[in-house]
Design a protein around this ligand. Structure first.
Ligand code: ADP
Ligand code: MG
Length: 249
């Protein structure tokens, strides 16, 4: 379980907090979509949960453990349990799909094995299994640079799955894709989430996507959580509060 207890985050020299007094408790199985305009604090919130951004006030608890009190090694261990999916994929373009997916194991392996690029047969078979889950098994030997955006993000999801994560964290993972592809990749993400009963927190730019897939929606504005509830209760008044204008979704 992930718990945020009155979390406030200030960047150095900033006058206003990027995240302000956020209280949140995430349970296994929840697929939480975070909505909010640019600058609302969505990325900061994800980075805070992933122990990449220290909190200024309050605390983040991972299964009762305060992230701020973790050693660097403990933080790395926590990050390896949280699969991150990025808007711009963060893949290595010249490497193959399989090689990129195998880098998902890096957090759990000895550094010299990673540097040598050595992977066992078992690890390669595992890569094949996760590629099957995202429908890319036939592309294993293709270079990532030759793939479409939607395929690249499916590689991103497969790489996260290699970590056998308990949690998916997504920072606008489908914002760079055209609407049809975005919906299909988001559907794959949700499907994997459901099958593995993960806990997911995904920043989303598109209200309709959040409404179709989320089990719970959070609305952030100016770092404050102004909505936390089921997607079907998110009405036009809530959306106007979140985006400062009428949104039709
Ligand atoms: N590295 C940083 N240093 C200073 N200020 C930052 C940094 N990253 C984000 N901010 C500020 O924090 C606020 C929240 O940003 P961010 O979390 O990126 O929002 P979002 O992801 O919703 O667009 C914004 O005011 C932004 O300018
Ligand atoms: Mg952002």
């Amino acid at each position: 379980m992930i718990e945020l207890d009155d979390v406030t985050v200030y960047y150095p020299k900033a006058e206003e907090p990027a995240v302000s007094r956020v209280n949140l408790s995430l349970q296994p199985g929840e697929f939480v979509c975070v909505l909010g305009p640019s600058g609302a604090g969505k990325s900061t919130l994800i980075r805070t949960i992933n122990a990449l951004q220290p909190v200024t006030y309050g605390q983040v608890l991972i299964q009762g453990e305060n992230v701020d009190e973790m050693s660097e090694a403990q933080k790395r261990a926590w990050r390896s349990r949280a699969g991150m999916i990025f808007q711009h994929f963060h893949l290595i373009p010249r490497l193959t799909v399989q090689q990129n997916v195998l880098t998902g194991l890096f957090g759990k392996r000895r550094a010299f094995l990673n540097a040598a690029g050595f992977f066992s047969q078992r690890e390669k078979e595992k890569a094949e299994r996760v590629l099957k889950k995202v429908g890319l098994v036939d592309m294993a030997r293709r270079r990532v640079e030759a793939l479409s955006g939607g395929q690249k993000q499916r590689v991103g999801i497969a790489r996260a799955l290699m970590q056998e994560p308990e949690v998916f964290l997504g920072d606008e993972p489908v914002a760079s894709l055209d609407p049809g592809t975005a919906r299909s990749v988001f559907g794959i993400l949700k499907d994997v989430h459901d099958k593995q009963q993960l806990m997911s927190l995904i920043n989303v730019h598109d209200v309709a996507l959040a409404k179709s897939f989320a089990t719970r929606v959070i609305g952030l504005v100016g770092g404050e959580m102004i909505y936390d509830g089921p997607p079907d209760k998110l009405d036009s008044r809530n959306l106007e509060m979140i985006y400062g204008k009428a949104i039709h979704a």
